[in-house]
Design a protein. Sequence first.
Length: 224
Amino acid sequence: MILKENENKCIKRKKMQSEKKIVCIISIVLFSTLLAACSKQPDFNAKSYVQSSLDAEYHREYADYANLMEISEEDVKKQVEEDFNESIRQQFASSDNITEEEVAAYTEKMAEVKKLAKYKVQDEKKDEDGNYTVSVKVEPSDVFQTLQQSSAEVSKEKIAQGMKETDPGVFASVLTESVQKSLEKNKYGKAVTVKVSVEKDNSGKYALSDTEMSKLEAAMFPTE
């Protein structure tokens, strides 16, 4: 995925696959797209880079990231939102028991989940090789950890209403309503500090690797 071919893929995103337990419960793979990018600025600020990257990906605050990358805020917004929406649509590509409207409703809920991300970039340290270690204080959300209970509650409600799993719209409603219940019950755990590396890529530009972004994702949204 790229914003511009001539910017050496300065915005890259990666999908995060939830644990198999959650997949079994709601019969679908939940993804969270991740944002990683490379800086074009010679006076690179690793702390600002990580902060603005997370703000754009999770809170949809694009101005600081766009300024740091020297690209338009509109382009950042368009790419982040289009990539996220596409990642959701792909999950239902082979499903014939869910409509476009139902996919859209689920997408909205997952966007709300992403906004739960709670983090604070604390400091950066530069090593002798010119790479950075950035410390991020994270408060973990339990939104995915309560999904099993939420799914069971919603399923019981549907059964009590006389609905069957094969009835039109039931699968989608269970999926979306389960996420909504977990959103409403969301609590944050004890804060932890995650250290991520911001290193130069093959083109000599600083970037957060997919692995480093995944570390932050796992800390913010644990599944167990």
